[in-house]
Design a protein around this ligand. Sequence first.
Ligand SMILES: Nc1nc2c(c(=O)[nH]1)N[C@H]1C(S)=C(S)[C@@H](COP(=O)(O)OP(=O)(O)OC[C@H]3O[C@@H](n4cnc5c(=O)[nH]c(N)nc54)[C@H](O)[C@@H]3O)O[C@H]1N2
Ligand SMILES: Nc1nc2c(c(=O)[nH]1)N[C@H]1C(S)=C(S)[C@@H](COP(=O)(O)OP(=O)(O)OC[C@H]3O[C@@H](n4cnc5c(=O)[nH]c(N)nc54)[C@H](O)[C@@H]3O)O[C@H]1N2
Ligand SMILES: [Mo]
Length: 784
Amino acid sequence: MRLIHGTPHFRPYTSAAGGWGSAHSVMNILWREQAFIKGSAALIKQNKPKGFACVSCAWAKPGDPHALEFCENGAKATAWELTSLRTGPEFFQSHSVTELRGWTDFDLEQHGRLTHPMRYDTQSDRYVKTTWDEAAAAIGAQLKALSPDEVVFYASGRASLETSFMYQLFARAYGTNNLPDSSNMCHESTSVGLQESIGVPVGTVTLADFEHTDCILFFGQNVGSNSPRMLHPLQEVRKRKVPIITFNPIRERGLERFVNPQSPVEMLGPKSTAISTQYHQVAIGGDTAAIMGVAKALLEMEARAQACGGPAVLDHDFLAQHTEGFPHFVEQVQRYSWDDLEQRSGLTRSAMEATATIYARSEKVMIVYGMGMTQHRHGVGNVQMLVNLLLLRGNIGKPGAGICPVRGHSNVQGQRTVGITEDPAKVPTDKLEALFGFTVPERKGLTTVDTCEGILDGSVKGFIGLGGNFLRAVPDTTRMEPAWARLRLNVQIATKLNRTHLIPGEHTWLLPCLGRIEIDRQLGVEQAYTTEDSTGCIRAWRGNAEPASDQLRSETTIIAELANAALGDSVGVPWLRWRHDYALIREAISKVYPEIFHDFEARMWEPGGFHRPLGATHRQWATPCAKARFITPETLDEDDDVSKGETGRNVLQLMTLRSNDQFNTTVYGYDDRFRGVKGTRKVVFLNRNDIVRLGFAPGAWVRLRTAIEPEVRREVGPFQIIAYDIPEGCAASYYPESNPLVPLWHYAKRSKVPAAKSVPVIVLHAQPDADDLDHAVPDTDQIM
Ligand SMILES: Nc1nc2c(c(=O)[nH]1)N[C@H]1C(S)=C(S)[C@@H](COP(=O)(O)OP(=O)(O)OC[C@H]3O[C@@H](n4cnc5c(=O)[nH]c(N)nc54)[C@H](O)[C@@H]3O)O[C@H]1N2
Ligand SMILES: Nc1nc2c(c(=O)[nH]1)N[C@H]1C(S)=C(S)[C@@H](COP(=O)(O)OP(=O)(O)OC[C@H]3O[C@@H](n4cnc5c(=O)[nH]c(N)nc54)[C@H](O)[C@@H]3O)O[C@H]1N2
Ligand SMILES: [Mo]
């Protein structure tokens, strides 16, 4: 079943990000989801005090919001949740699970919101209606029969602080630290890297810093699609003539030009704002070398300044007083010749010097970054190199400066703050034990990659998913699916049907929950809940739309009831009472984390919320040496995997990306407007010289095969080649379609984030599937 498409085509996108294209795209999805009236009413309250928090990304919302405080993709996420379409018991009666496995990600979710609790029935191969009581009792009994270390409690990053706190308490009271989450595939390289370097696991920049900064460096983050509300502060910054220097293998539209779709003047006039003042198309995985190059240029400038008695380029006072490891960093930088650095980064010496010149001239520099840095074998090293660059001129711990990881899911940072982590050393276990009268298990739990390994080897037998689409988001999906089917217990708390729900285990339950935009009434009282954004800002929200079905329960209620069924009153957590009044959960949170959450109930309603305290923002470094640390990678070329497989010039580095029409595994449509792609996702972007050199032509159908560990066949396709402005030796295709290419073991050292941005691949000739021919693209040669 295919619901949309139109004729696919590729045409270079020449307009700015935002603008009429964005407005048009929002109208389209509101109509398609039949959510025009409900959706439009909701959008007015999006990201407003007493309104609801956008369910899309984690970018900060201002305390004094604009009249319409949402972006194109936030509006799509709202329409997606408020859709009038439903996936109820009749739907499951008409479609077997085997049949549904043949549906696309788009078609599955497009069918609308789940409405009833469902149980998988093996005999009929269908989901059948069940009751909440039956589900809770059966799941509770299964959990009692399994040993705690065999069960995994996964969290995608949307659930509120209240739900997340309760969820980790449930897992730990049950007896395990198996609490993997989506950040294990995302910004874990940040949590590990920043903690080691500056003593905090999160970014130091707040929205206010954008008002003071005088230079922004932007690495590997696609702001136009993935955090478009940030385009507003960026536009303000550009109006002050502040330089923005971007490092990205491809020229992302949102990083080039922007028209604010909410400004009538800009929409009707010819003007757009140029975002990046320098744009460096670094090779995939070449950032460490590029930053080394910038540092090398700075050291050379410093030497010249010293020789002629000019003002210092580096902040020597800061380096002496606040840092450790600077001499070793200098040694390492000096080890590399400009030739080495040019070759590894794919940039010219003059590009790196041009960055250094602006950097040296600026007093308050911030660095913004995303998955282009963290999802590499050397993801942690990448993050630490960004810190090293900032430390050279004291750019952490003063207004307008700092490090700014752009988080993904809207509460992914917050769920970690309240204890969702596999590492018990990161939670105040003494407080949990004193308050709730149970012993927190000492053994470290499983991360996402560990969980996959456990599923493959059979040691993980039970899985509870608090949101997400685990089996589609993880690496090596072709290997994972058959193993997943051996799970004894599979419980999925979700809003829409996705592929993870369609590989049932022995006992499988699909539990539909309220979305964040919906009113959550408990004993007649509308509940509020809280989230933490990418800038460490915590605030309260309330849903404002009527629920999609009267059968839906809040995530908090569902967890309380499962915990009660599995544990009863064997621990001192009043699960059932908490379910009815979320203020009680907040009270518990503030007892466990008083430094962050004191006076929680009052402060959460402050306009703009409140910030969690972060030592690094006032130069108190919670590292073992009480200083900020230069941590320098020992080599530029840490990704030595290529030597383990195919070698030579036919191996390309593949990055797996999001289109402008998806939220992770949720596919809103088949267009990637800013990259000029319409009507298809089955494409691979290649440099024209590589296409010719490898004996292909634009528009050719190919398969991609992983070029490491050749004994395991990892392949995807057929995809069509698009000739694109991407560095030679690099390739790009869409996530999650290309996840089967990422070997499970191919993850960032130390953080275990799958290296989804550097997969060595080779390209093979292929025939299109019959179905694909209907959607073949006539004009693939036209792009860029
Ligand atoms: N609309 C929408 N919003 C989202 C999401 C979504 O899917 N849709 N997902 C959310 C989530 S969970 C997350 S984590 C974020 C993800 O947001 P991003 O961090 O922007 O993630 P990606 O789309 O994977 O894009 C990574 C960017 O890094 C670049 N890149 C890739 N490899 C390299 C490299 O080696 N070096 C450099 N310098 N750049 C590189 C790519 O060209 C691309 O521009 O967005 C969140 N927001
Ligand atoms: N190859 C490759 N793989 C990647 C990435 C990549 O760039 N490349 N990115 C990685 C990243 S950064 C991330 S964060 C992960 C994402 O991994 P996940 O967080 O596991 O996946 P999502 O696609 O965000 O989950 C979508 C599902 O969440 C459910 N859902 C939506 N809203 C709610 C809600 O309010 N409550 C509940 N209970 N359920 C809800 C819906 O059923 C929907 O189908 O993927 C990772 N995988
Ligand atoms: Mo993410």
